[in-house]
Design a protein around this ligand. Structure first.
Ligand code: KE4
Length: 451
């Protein structure tokens, strides 16, 4: 674990520690937000950043370093959003900066193949157990959209199964009872998506293997694929019940459907080989993103060679992209994966995540706050609900008002927590035990003032 050295502490002399005293001054953020709302829908380029559900205006960030964010008002925060997952090594990791700077020095995009594309593909095939062949794209959405297309082509079937509260990006066929920003904003399914696009999408309760069995019985030779977040991040963090993922694999095998693991969040985070390595399950296809590129726009889908061989130009399933495999993004991704492969930070990252999760559970009991904590290596969620959250329906029973009050309290204490009950918080290899202790105390203070 890289200790937050003086080097990763704020270089900005004006940086202020937000310690809860008084109301921090967000005037520069507010001014930028006013300007942004005039030219960008909602003033943000992704609804997840809007902070609407926590009744706050978005904080505009000036820079980041190690485990910290610094906003335009020079306030320092411990960062638990980490760009929604990509910054697994923390911000400005020296190896990543060096690789990206070198790549930029050679040009920023060629529209022709480059060495780093081969290197990142080889690393993905080496690190993710089920991936024999992989295609780079520019986002998790593209990865999931393309994986479903090739699964439909391979099986010559149209229907897909997804799970309530899971989010696979904003491609039309996924916007059915989806999680992340849709859950945060209470959008069941998005306007502008024709029924014709979603009628082939069956959404079932996560962790309900009987519902999956029933769906296959009803639609058996029509189902092309089951796509699942093996550990859900987009309802808040929900772990699979024992046997659930194995049950999905068996059902797919029995009915000739493909199993797609959406590991855009869990890939390289919960283990070097993702959730599939953790649970020892081999999906037919895997979607990746976020940590794959260390903060640069990237995604990837890959898996069985016989399935991926259908993808153009080898096969006829068309998928393309001007910036797919971009030399800067892939160089940064190669650097990130090499650090993860050689330094194997997972033991310490899991230990730190457990320390935070256990510390929060103890504190919640001490302050008699009805809440539960779910965690996996490098990620966790505090659910403001008395009962354990096992699916989207139970996640929706959370007290989102209380979540909002606590979120605002944490911000005052210099903790930047994901601004939604239906998102997961992330830790980096640059977070430290000291910062975890600070976070637990900040939660305690925020909860006490919210109760
Ligand atoms: P992108 O298209 O945002 O790169 O990836 C879509 C995606 C696919 N699969 C999973 C499991 C995901 O979590 C995501 C995107 N995650 C959200 C936050 N939970 C991104 C944040 C945002 O939309 O701004």
């Amino acid at each position: 674990m890289v200790e937050a050295t003086a080097e990763t502490k704020s270089k900005d002399k004006q940086a202020k520690q937000s310690n809860g005293a008084g109301t921090p001054n967000h005037s520069r953020s507010a001014k930028l937000f006013e300007r942004a709302k005039k030219v960008i829908p909602g003033g943000v380029n992704s609804p997840a950043r809007a902070c609407l559900s926590v009744e706050s205006e978005p904080i505009f960030i000036e820079r980041a370093d190690g485990p910290y964010l610094y906003d335009v008002d020079h306030i320092e925060y411990v960062d638990y959003v980490l760009s929604w997952g990509p910054m697994l090594l923390g911000h400005r990791h020296p190896r990543l900066l060096e690789a990206a700077e070198q790549a930029i020095d050679n040009g920023t995009s060629y529209g022709a193949p480059c060495r780093a594309e081969v290197e990142i593909a080889e690393l993905v095939c080496e690190m993710i157990p089920s991936v024999e062949m992989v295609r780079m794209v520019n986002s998790g959405t593209e990865a999931c959209m393309s994986a479903v297309r090739v699964a439909r082509a391979f099986t010559k079937r149209d229907t897909i199964i997804k799970f309530d509260g899971c989010y696979h990006g904003h491609a039309d066929s996924f916007l059915v009872k989806a999680g992340s920003g849709l859950a945060t904003l209470g959008i069941a399914s998005s306007p502008g998506v024709p029924e014709a696009f979603t009628k082939e999408t069956i959404s079932l309760p996560y962790n309900d293997i009987d519902a999956v069995t029933k769906a296959f019985q009803e639609h058996k030779d029509k189902i092309a694929a089951v796509i699942v977040e093996p550990i859900v991040a987009n309802s808040g963090l929900i772990l699979p019940r024992d046997g659930f993922l194995e049950g999905l694999a068996e059902a797919c095998k029995k009915h000739g459907a493909l199993l797609i693991f959406d590991e855009v969040v869990t890939g390289f985070r919960v283990a070097k080989g993702g959730a599939q390595a953790l649970f020892k399950i081999q999906p037919d296809l895997t979607c990746l993103g976020k940590a794959l590129g260390g903060g640069f726009p990237i995604g990837a889908y890959g898996g069985r060679k016989d399935v991926m061989s259908l993808v153009a130009p080898l096969g006829s399933v068309y998928q393309a992209g001007t910036l797919s495999g971009n030399p800067v993004a892939t160089a940064a991704g190669v650097a990130q994966l090499r650090v993860l492969k050689t330094e194997k930070p997972y033991g310490e990252l899991k230990e730190l995540t457990d320390k935070l999760a256990e510390g929060l559970r103890t504190m919640l009991k001490d302050v008699s706050c009805p809440a539960t904590v779910a965690s996996a290596c490098g990620m966790l969620t505090v659910f403001f609900a008395a009962k354990e959250v096992t699916d989207f329906a139970s996640a929706q029973k959370c007290d989102t008002q209380m979540f909002g009050k606590v979120w605002r309290g944490l911000l005052k204490e210099g903790i930047y927590w994901p601004p939604s009950q239906f998102e997961a918080a992330f830790l980096s290899t640059m977070h430290t035990k000291k910062l975890v202790d600070k976070t637990i105390s900040a939660f305690e203070k925020a909860i006490k003032s919210a109760q």
